[in-house]
Design a protein around this ligand. Structure first.
Ligand SMILES: *Cc1c(COP(=O)(O)O)cnc(C)c1O
Length: 357
């Protein structure tokens, strides 16, 4: 049976990415070796990392003055590297979810953290607005897409202090005005590549302002100087990321992706509202994520939750169980998820409705 992969992360990749990785694992760039067994300093692999950096710049229209890094450690390591490298004494954070909260926890190791607003009291089901950011903070950190709760900040905000964004789960889903950010980062395993590589887009002029000693490998300046090769970078995930970037470019880049993603999400949100059995968890329409769509059973049909999940699994749906902190269901509609998968999920919801309501 055809599987429809709605997993939140690691998650669906384009068939192009998978096919090209299989080829490269067998024979990389005509070397007669697997991409897993060549030197990261070989000219063939250096060409891979350089093309991946160039495609980042091209697809996101990254201005001069920024560098693109591919490191290990996941987005979670960035939670610590950011304050270590950039926070003199005070930083500001918007608390929109568990990932934001984890970033805040690490920042508190290095100084004062101002939580400018939080939606924690309602299990993070909206994006706080009308908060003020202290202008004496060294930076302001946001999470643009809250993977667990299905909320998203889709407009690039103006900020008087350096703006930092965790874009783990919405990078390349829409055009981004990179010039508004001092640093953008994310784990690649949501919308780009298999787990193992973390992307960082950093404006160089924000560095070198803190006095604390920084371990060499955790200092962004080291990674910039060494072109992400201070130690052995995650070669295979970077190779896979390059394939996704080529696929993205071929599909029309982030503008085309954004249109496609909006259409997919709109179909699903429409069905959740229409269907008698279900209701969405994010009430404000403008806060709804186009990457992770969350919903639950209507109260009167709550008893059918497990049954619907099993039914959906029997129809080939994968990964639609909601995060334990939210319950219900979550369908991740990342770039590589085809519209047909959304249509198949909707048909499943309608079939279940016909049987129960
Ligand atoms: C998945 C996720 C993370 C964690 O990424 P790791 O690479 O596993 O550390 C952080 N932030 C967001 C928004 C995520 O979706």
């Amino acid at each position: 049976m055809k599987k429809h992969n709605f997993s939140a992360g690691p998650s669906i990749l384009s068939q192009y990415t998978i096919d090209k990785v299989i080829e490269g694992v067998r024979d990389f760039a005509g070397t007669g070796l697997s991409v897993m067994e060549v030197s990261h300093r070989s000219k063939e692999f250096v060409a891979v990392i350089e093309e991946a950096q160039e495609l980042f710049k091209e697809l996101l229209n990254i201005p001069e003055g920024y560098r693109v890094l591919f490191l290990g450690g996941g987005a979670s390591t960035q939670f610590a590297m950011i304050p270590m490298n950039l926070m003199k004494s005070k930083s500001a954070y918007l608390n929109t979810g568990a990932w934001a909260a984890k970033a805040i926890k690490e920042a508190k190791i290095y100084g004062e953290v101002v939580e400018v607003a939080s939606s924690k009291d309602t299990i993070y089901n909206y994006i706080p607005k009308n908060y003020s950011v202290p202008d004496d903070a060294d930076y302001f950190h946001i999470t643009t897409n809250n993977t667990i709760y299905g909320t998203e900040i889709t407009e690039d905000m103006d900020c008087d202090i350096p703006l930092i964004a965790d874009m783990s789960s919405d990078i390349f889903s829409r055009p981004v005005d990179v010039s508004k950010y001092a640093l953008i980062y994310g784990g690649a395993q949501k919308n780009l590549a298999p787990a193992g590589v973390t992307f960082i887009i950093i404006r160089e002029d924000i560095l070198g302002k803190v006095d604390r000693p920084i371990p060499t490998i955790l200092d962004y300046r080291t990674q910039i100087d060494k072109e992400s090769m201070f130690n052995t970078p995650p070669v295979l995930p970077i190779f896979a990321a390059l394939q996704t970037l080529r696929w993205l470019k071929d599909r029309g880049g982030v503008v085309a992706m954004n249109k496609y993603n909006k259409e997919k999400a709109a179909l699903l949100y429409y069905e959740i509202e229409r269907n008698k059995l279900f209701k969405g968890t994010v009430i404000n329409k403008e806060d709804r994520s186009i990457m992770n769509v969350c919903w639950v059973m209507e109260d009167e049909y709550a008893e059918y939750e497990k049954e619907f999940l099993d039914f959906a699994i029997s129809k080939g749906m994968v990964g639609i169980k909601g995060h334990r902190s939210v319950g219900g269901f979550r369908a991740s509609t990342y770039n590589a998820l085809p519209r047909e998968s959304v249509e198949a999920l909707i048909a499943t919801m309608q079939e279940f409705e016909a049987a129960k309501a």
